[in-house]
Design a protein around this ligand. Structure first.
Ligand code: FAD
Length: 384
């Protein structure tokens, strides 16, 4: 028997080994990597060696052959490094840029990109967002023009996680000059292709140890075999991908916030004012009680969605709900934790400031709060 209806004994053992790795090999460097504004590439290689980058991928590609909950375990445990950056970067590698390769790729593409990504030999990024196309993905204009033997790509992507150091990109581009959902396709592109220009490493409020880049494509030629999945079906392929991305984001938010709350509780037990620990003021204790309740509810909801995904379902409305509520609660927890710590919470020497900055991304990346509400309202039939 495992620790809950969702987690078996194998999951618990996996959790223990990831936790040991994260606490021993990642957490001690969190501060230094934040200052250096990029954690080192060996993290991917090391995680590949340990088998953590392919937990739910088939064994024939070097994966662990596990279920969806193995990825949830990874995301939960990686938050113990105390930096949102690692979770985001690894999340892109295992749960955003590579799932479309397994789902839509041919054997050659799996060997060329999926196998080295699982081994940690190649770093992946996902190129959807453009300066003129954020929430409205269907308005993207990066254009792959059919030419002899391949495609010539011109355009621009922005806010690309891992983009500065990536070896390949899962790219979303237009293959037909029509407006809207149609005529969009996916490609797999080596980042050293001539015309693939990493133009800027962007300066962010939070998740500062993760690299985020702006990329230009300048007459970039990619061969015929680069297309991933069906031509013209890229929008639907990427909408499928985004479901997994949002669940991962929720898992990171909930697990990260539980740690932040624990630390804040500890602080309120130790810090005394007016002759007693801060937590013995009902004004504080009740707020802690509210936050703990919200986190438990988010976690239960997350596991229920993950269970459905594990069964092969993709409940888009529920996934949007759990992404929305988890990232809102994560911001609330980080903000309250800072409040409970008073002036010390506002100081750079305490980690809560990093959670306060890092957690804010959850409400924007992978689809904003507003877009989540839009999907929820649509699936509820409110616009029908
Ligand atoms: C650190 C970071 C990492 C990222 N990583 C990646 C990545 O790896 N790959 C990638 O492709 N993208 C990535 N993104 C991009 C991210 O997914 C987008 O920023 C996000 O989807 C929002 O797009 P936008 O920034 O263009 O905002 P906009 O779409 O311009 O939205 C601006 C505001 O308007 C609101 N809004 C827009 N439309 C509506 C509407 N119909 N109704 C109500 N409100 C609306 C939005 O909710 C938001 O509040 C990343 C972003 C960040 C900040």
């Amino acid at each position: 028997m495992g620790s809950s209806p969702y987690f078996t004994e194998e999951h618990d053992m996996l959790r223990q080994s990831i936790r040991e790795f994260v606490e021993k090999e990642l957490a001690p460097h969190a501060e230094e990597w934040e200052e250096e504004e990029m954690f080192p590439n060996w993290v991917f290689k090391r995680m590949g060696e340990l088998g953590f980058l392919g937990l739910r991928y088939p064994e024939e590609y070097g994966g662990g052959g596990g279920d969806y909950f193995t990825e949830i375990v990874l995301m939960e445990e990686i938050t113990r490094c105390g930096s949102g950056s690692l979770g985001m970067a690894v999340g892109v590698q295992v749960g955003m840029a590579t799932p479309p390769i397994l789902k839509f790729g041919n054997e050659e593409q799996k060997q060329k990109y999926l196998v080295p990504a699982i081994a940690g030999d190649k770093i992946a990024c996902l190129g959807i967002t453009e300066p003129g196309a954020g929430s409205d993905v269907a308005s993207l204009t990066t254009y792959a023009e059919k030419v002899d033997g391949g495609w010539k790509v011109n355009g621009n992507k922005i806010f690309i996680t891992n983009g500065w150091r990536a070896d390949f990109m899962t790219l979303v581009a237009r293959t037909e000059k029509v407006k809207g959902y149609k005529g969009i396709s996916l490609f797999l592109v080596d980042c050293d292709t001539p015309g693939f220009v990493k133009s800027r490493k962007l300066d962010k409020v939070g998740c500062r140890a993760s690299d985020t880049a702006e990329i230009f494509f300048e007459d970039m030629f990619i061969p015929d075999g680069s297309m991933l999945g069906e031509e013209g079906k890229g929008f639907y392929h990427i909408m499928w991908e985004l479901q997994g991305e949002r669940l991962i984001a929720a898992a990171l938010s909930v697990a990260g916030s539980k740690l932040v709350l624990q630390e804040a509780i500890q602080y309120t037990k130790e810090r005394e004012q007016f002759g007693k620990p801060i937590c013995k003021n009902q004004a504080i204790a009740h707020r802690i009680a509210d936050l703990a309740t919200k986190l438990e509810a988010c976690e239960a909801f997350l596991y229920s969605c993950a269970w459905k995904v594990n069964q092969g379902e993709f409940p888009a409305g529920e996934i949007s709900m759990v992404k929305l509520i988890s990232s809102l609660v994560a911001c609330e927890v980080a903000d309250e934790a800072m409040q409970f710590m008073g002036g010390y919470g506002y100081m750079m020497e305490y980690p809560v400031q990093r959670s306060w900055r890092d957690s804010r991304l959850g409400r924007i990346g992978g689809g904003t709060d507003e877009i989540m509400r839009e999907i929820i309202a649509t699936t509820m039939g409110l616009y029908a």
